[in-house]
Design a binder for this molecule. Structure first.
Ligand SMILES: Nc1nc2c(ncn2[C@@H]2O[C@H](COP(=O)(O)OP(=O)(O)O)[C@@H](O)[C@H]2O)c(=O)[nH]1
Ligand SMILES: [Mg+2]
Ligand SMILES: [Zn+2]
Length: 356
C-alpha cells in the first residue's frame, strides 16, 4: 500500500503499521472528516468522498467507541462506479479525545481521534473557570494529546481581569501554553495561527458560545458554519451542528466542536452559559429538582414564560439546544435505535450477514 501523500493528513509509519493489521489488499485508507448518521465524509490523497459503514461492521460493533469518529483512519473499499466507499474497519487510535458520558449505556463519548493538540477554549468574559480547565486538561492528557489553553473575548474584560486569570492559571501549576485573543479586535489571532503546524491536527473544545467557531472561521478564511446573532448580551449566538475536520491553507487541520457537555450539566457547575442564566436561575424554584421545564407541574420557568418575564423564543432556543445536546451525547447505536426505521435497518444488516 503506497499512501505517501497521505502524510499531509497526518498519516505516518505508525498508522502504516496499524493498517497492516486491519486492512486487506483490496482496501485503502482514508481519514474521517465528519460523521453524519450512518455516513462518513472521508479524506484521502485525492480528495473528499463519502462512505457508508458496512452492515456487517455496524452490526458487529457493540460500542460507539468502535465506530469511526472524526479524525479516525479507516479501511475503506471504494466503488469504481460511483466513488462511494464502504468502511470495513478503523485503525488503532494514536490518541483519542473522549469524555465520560452521562447515563448507563454509554461509558465514553468520542470527541475526536488522532488529535495532536487540543485547544481548550474559555472566554475570559464570564466563562473562565479553573476547575473546569483542570478537568479538560486531565481529559486531554488521558487521551495522549498535548493541551493548549486559549482565552477568548479579551475585548470584553479589562487588562487587569485578564492578568488575574492568567495568574490563576500559573498559580495552579498549569504548564500548558496559554494564548489569549479577541475575535473582535483580532489581537492574538496571529500568535495562535503561528503555532498551528502543517500535518498536525488541532481540536477545539470548550463551552458553547466561547468563540470556537468564530476562530475557526477566521483561520479557515471564510464562514464554514452558519452563524446566528441573537443574544441579549450583544455577543450573538451560533450553533455548531456537527464536528468537522477542516484543513487550513497552511496545511494544519482543525476540528470544531459543539460545546455540549457543559450544556447538559447546565447549572451543575458555575460559569457555564451566560445566555441562559435566567432559565438556570429559575430552575431552583421549580417544584421538582429534576424538572425539564416542559410540562411538569409547578415549573417556575414555564410560569415565567407565560408571564412574559422570559422571552418565549429564548425559552424555545433553550429547549432546542438541550435536545441537541442530549442527542450528541447518545452513542451512535442509540441514535440508530431512535431512528424510526431502526428495525428495518437491523433486518437488512442481518440479511447482509446471511448473504456473506
Ligand atoms: N466580544 C466578543 N465576541 C466574540 C468573540 N469571539 C466570538 N464572539 C461572539 O460569541 C458568539 C459565540 O461564538 P461562537 O464562535 O459561535 O462560539 P462557539 O459556540 O464556541 O463556537 C458569537 O456571536 C461571536 O460573534 C470575541 O473575541 N469577542
Ligand atoms: Mg461553535
Ligand atoms: Zn421547571
Amino acid at each position: 500500500m503506497k499512501q505517501s501523500n497521505l502524510d499531509a493528513l497526518g498519516w505516518d509509519s505508525w498508522f502504516e503499521e496499524q493498517a497492516g493489521y486491519c486492512c486487506d489488499s483490496t482496501a485503502s485508507v482514508a481519514r474521517v472528516a465528519a460523521v453524519d448518521r450512518d455516513q462518513v465524509l472521508l479524506l484521502n490523497e485525492i480528495g473528499p468522498f463519502r462512505a457508508k459503514l458496512s452492515g456487517k461492521y455496524l452490526y458487529e460493533s457493540v460500542s460507539s467507541a468502535e465506530l469511526p469518529g472524526v479524525g479516525d483512519w479507516v479501511c475503506v473499499v471504494k466503488s469504481e462506479a460511483d466513488q462511494f466507499g464502504q468502511v470495513h474497519g478503523i485503525l488503532k487510535r494514536k490518541t483519542h479525545l473522549r469524555r465520560k458520558a452521562v447515563g448507563e449505556t454509554v461509558k465514553y463519548q468520542m470527541i475526536a481521534a488522532n488529535v495532536d493538540f487540543v485547544i481548550i477554549v474559555q472566554s475570559c468574559h464570564y466563562d473562565f473557570n479553573l476547575k473546569r480547565l483542570e478537568r479538560y486538561l486531565v481529559m486531554v492528557r488521558e487521551g495522549g494529546a498535548m493541551p493548549y489553553i486559549l482565552l477568548t473575548k479579551t475585548d470584553l474584560v479589562s487588562s487587569e481581569e485578564l492578568a488575574a486569570q492568567l495568574a490563576e492559571i500559573l498559580a495552579a501549576g498549569i504548564t500548558a501554553p496559554v494564548f489569549t485573543l479577541s475575535n473582535v479586535t483580532r489581537e492574538g489571532i496571529a500568535d495562535l495561527k503561528g503555532v498551528l503546524a502543517p500535518g498536525k491536527t488541532y481540536c477545539f473544545v470548550g463551552s458553547s458560545g466561547v468563540g470556537k467557531s468564530t476562530i475557526i472561521n477566521s483561520l479557515v478564511g471564510h464562514d464554514v458554519h452558519e452563524t446566528k446573532a441573537v443574544s441579549s448580551t450583544g455577543e450573538g449566538r451560533h450553533t455548531t451542528v456537527r464536528r468537522e475536520l477542516m484543513i487550513l491553507e497552511n496545511g494544519a487541520m482543525v476540528i470544531d466542536n459543539p460545546g455540549m457537555r457543559e450544556f447538559a450539566v447546565l447549572g451543575a457547575e458555575g460559569g457555564i452559559d451566560e445566555s441562559y442564566s435566567d432559565i438556570v436561575g429559575l430552575a431552583s424554584q421549580c417544584r421538582f429538582s429534576d424538572c425539564l421545564h416542559t410540562n411538569e407541574p409547578g415549573c417556575a420557568v414555564r410560569k415565567a414564560v407565560a408571564a412574559g418575564e422570559i422571552d418565549a423564543s429564548h425559552y424555545e432556543n433553550f429547549l432546542k439546544l438541550r435536545k441537541e445536546s442530549e442527542f450528541n451525547q447518545m452513542s451512535y447505536v442509540e441514535k440508530r435505535k431512535k431512528d424510526k426505521d431502526f428495525g428495518k435497518f437491523i433486518k437488512s444488516a442481518k440479511k447482509d450477514l446471511e448473504d456473506d
